[in-house]
Design a protein around this ligand. Structure first.
Ligand code: NAD
Length: 260
């Protein structure tokens, strides 16, 4: 086995996924980035990460809502780096609306990207990980995988499902050296969160400032946003030898939110 591993991080062109990719590259792992966005900007991110860390960094633009493109992402990673040792299921989207008004096309997309994509990517890499006797699967769930908030029915449903997947895959990989854990972040100020502030304001009939103070950070006893780099550091730890006996866990990094 190589000293350093090969990682696929979905949704890693921004936010938490990019921070996870950075932490894994800093640990010396080769990284396949994935995500949507402007190709020129993505190439700047890819080249910058490779330069800063010295790790091999590539990019594949699979749309994680499409199973055949997920298969292509795996094939491209194997062609480029030989194998897939680590996957981080991170790609995710959000829509905030009362369930009676929830757009059905957004429900379908949230389930496809936030939930089914993790199942498909795991399905495609599990046999190789088991055969080699080593694998690390990190699912970026959410505090909303453990507790609910109103107006986020699809997201909360998908994130609870990801924790169920985490436990099941942990059991299936346990004797083969494959661990599977979920990280459950509280609020991190990424584009995903910034984008839901106006929607939440509209759904609740309050101002955007009130959303930040009374809805988002009201949930976190620390009254601070979690930093994306803190999620990256935990993901890298879960891929380190020190974490080899951790599996099937759902780990909150939420400023105390789920301690309530
Ligand atoms: P973000 O919007 O900054 O990043 C989302 C990433 O997913 C981007 O790289 C985007 O290109 C990618 N993506 C979106 N749709 C895609 C698709 N169809 N195919 C491939 N990639 C796609 O958001 P973020 O806050 O960094 O969220 C990352 C993950 O963390 C999500 O799963 C989210 O649910 C979870 N999370 C975020 C927070 C938070 O407060 N920001 C809290 C808990 C959990």
């Amino acid at each position: 086995m190589p000293e350093f591993r090969t990682a696929v991080v979905t949704g890693s062109t921004s936010g938490i996924g990019l921070a996870v990719a950075r932490a894994l590259a800093e640990a010396g792992h080769a990284v396949m980035l994935n995500g949507l966005g402007d190709p020129t900007e993505i190439e700047t991110v890819r080249a910058g990460l490779a330069d800063e860390t010295g790790a091999p960094v590539a990019f594949h633009g699979a749309d994680m809502s499409k199973p055949y493109q997920i298969a292509d992402l795996v094939a491209a990673t194997e062609a480029r780096f030989g194998q897939v040792d680590i996957i981080v299921n991170n790609a995710g989207i959000q829509t905030v609306a009362p369930i009676e008004d929830f757009p059905v096309d957004r429900y379908d997309l949230i389930m496809a990207i936030n939930m089914s994509a993790a199942w498909h990517l795991t399905r495609l890499v599990m046999a190789g990980m088991k055969a080699r006797g080593w694998g690390r699967i990190v699912n970026i769930a959410s505090a909303h995988g453990l507790v609910a908030s109103p107006y986020k029915s699809a997201y909360v449903m998908a994130k609870h499902a990801v924790i169920g997947l985490t436990k099941t895959v942990a059991l299936e990989g346990a004797e083969a050296g494959v661990t599977c854990n979920a990280i459950c972040p509280g609020y991190v100020l990424t584009s995903l969160v910034a984008g839901q502030i106006p929607e939440t304001a509209a759904a609740r009939g309050i101002t955007e400032e009130e959303v930040i103070r009374d809805v988002l950070l009201a949930a976190q006893p620390t009254k601070r946003f979690v930093q994306a780099g803190q999620i990256g550091a935990l993901a890298a730890f879960l891929c380190s030898p020190a974490a080899s006996e951790m599996t099937g866990a759902a780990l909150p990094v939420d400023g105390g939110w789920t301690a309530h």
